[in-house]
Ligand binder design. Structure first.
Ligand code: NAD
Length: 352
């Protein structure tokens, strides 16, 4: 650490990791001392939700299937009503960031409801106290410890069937948490350690899973990396990259994970040299001597879109977004010119 010192807040929470740990969900729920557990699951996790519902026995308080992306308020309201009617004091979320996001919406406003999360993608929401909700196209977010899952059960068997396309984009999203964590205003040496190891695990897991999509060790490395990436996001918070993606996703309805993949190499190009020590560590973790170019090449090899144009953004929207972006705390000053430069390159998919 530099002579300036640092502040790091460890977040409470328990992680249970390993193939087959889905079988331990009911035991973990019981250990929390709750009585009525509502199961919130993505459609793709229905089979896992059936297993958990059966396991819960008397603790099972009902089920919410079919979650929507970005937690629309009407969906959140319906889920809260169901939680109240069922007298739930726990939500077991099984799925990606959308299912976990819905459980967070319940826990945020429903007295006493705690979350146990079983993630099946690599988005990392399960490790953060950050919630989000979308009302008439506008997404608001906030931080509240009530939404931080008390237990996270990581079972790599559940993500084995995640299609490669979704896998690659989701891993890019996790990698963005790791990379940005080294230059946000809240960056610190402990978070950097977590982020660097996260990037190492995610990039090697991604290379392996491209060759063998259902390889359990590769899936374990990805899930472990996602856990570290989520922790890094939780303690470092967001910076220029995440805020840009938030604006693009919200305003132009671009796909969440893919937008991260396109924008990250371009933000790394302008920011990384301001944090030379962290840059060197991240490069070693990625196995490259050029962080921005290495990220671009990895995502391209994984078949993730590399341009905002491919994601449906128009060229005119680049200038519009650059003008709309509110300056944020960053190692180099965030001017409209800088943002336009980042977005222009991201739009055309220019290798940094
Ligand atoms: P998601 O939950 O919508 O899942 C992506 C897709 O994968 C969906 O179509 C889903 O049905 C499918 N899927 C999930 N698991 C599967 C499996 N095992 N097999 C097959 N298909 C599967 O999206 P996501 O990328 O996981 O999360 C994105 C959302 O999470 C966004 O709304 C984002 O804002 C939020 N997020 C929040 C935080 C936070 O800290 N609050 C962090 C990261 C992401």
């Amino acid at each position: 650490p530099s002579g300036a010192g640092f502040v790091h807040t460890f977040l409470p929470g328990r992680v249970v990791f390993g193939a087959g740990t889905l079988d331990r969900v009911a035991t973990e729920v019981e250990a929390l001392g709750v009585r009525r557990a509502l199961v919130v699951a993505t459609n793709s996790a229905r089979a896992a939700a059936d297993v958990v519902a059966a396991q819960l026995g008397d603790l099972f308080a009902g089920r919410i299937d079919g979650v929507a992306q970005h937690v629309p308020t009407e969906v959140a309201e319906g889920a809260r009503a169901k939680a109240r009617e069922a007298g739930a004091d726990a939500a077991v979320a099984i799925g990606g960031g959308s299912a976990i996001g819905l459980a967070k919406a319940i826990a945020l406003t429903t007295e006493r409801v705690v979350i146990l999360a079983v993630p099946t993608t690599y988005a990392g929401s399960e490790m953060t106290p950050v919630w989000g909700e979308t009302t008439t196209g506008r997404k608001s977010t906030g931080t509240d410890l009530r939404v931080l899952p008390r237990v996270v059960v990581y079972d790599p068997l559940l993500s084995r069937g995640l299609p490669l396309k979704v896998t690659a984009a989701s891993v890019a999203n996790a990698i963005a948490h790791c990379v940005e964590a080294v230059w946000t205003p809240k960056a610190d040496p402990i978070t950097e350690l977590t982020a660097t190891e996260g990037l190492r695990s995610l990039s090697s897991g991604l290379r392996d899973v491209l060759l063998a999509p259902d390889d359990l060790e590769a899936r374990s490395n990805l899930l472990y990396g996602a856990c570290l990436a989520g922790s890094a996001l939780a303690t470092a918070g967001t910076g220029l990259h995440h805020k840009l993606c938030h604006l693009l996703g919200g305003t132009y309805n671009l796909p969440h994970a893919e937008t991260h993949a396109v924008v990250l190499p371009q933000v790394a190009r302008v920011n990384a040299s301001s944090v030379p020590q962290a840059k060197t560590r991240l490069e070693a973790a990625l196995g490259t001597t050029d962080l921005a170019g290495g990220l671009f090449d990895l995502f391209q090899a994984a078949g993730v879109p590399t341009s905002l144009r491919e994601l449906g953004m128009t060229e005119a929207q680049v200038a519009e977004a650059a003008a709309a972006f509110k300056p944020t705390d960053n190692p180099i000053p965030v001017t409209e010119d800088l943002v336009r430069d980042i977005l222009t390159r991201a739009w055309s998919g220019t290798r940094p």
